[in-house]
Design a protein. Sequence first.
Length: 147
Amino acid sequence: MTFLWITILIVTFCFMEFMAWFSHKYIMHGFLWSLHKDHHLKDHKSWFERNDLFFIFYALVSSGFVILWGEAGFWPGLPIAIGIFLYGLSYFIVHDIFIHQRFKILRNIDNKYAKGLRRAHKIHHKNINKEKGECFGMLWVPVKYFK
């Protein structure tokens, strides 16, 4: 049972990378661009962005799986919830702290993977429009950004 529990958690975490890519490309740069576009602008008037509402959505999804686990006895609900939470935490650390420097820590990480992540995200933000963006992933980015 422990192996299955850990497997579900890891699969959920990996699936969330796909969900981040999908929702970024087709939802954030699609019909909910109005919530995401402030993230692409350089002159923020506030530390918070409307884009931060997407974090709240995934927190609610994770909480829903905790409720399914606790109230309905759906045992995979807990590892799914933890997988979603851990991905969200990773996203926050990598995207908001490391890449966008919303907190002034993790500034001096200097390895090939970190440089590739930053390069891919910089290319993504070069385009400030809804259309014609590239590199919508977060932890897994194309190899060309590591060269």
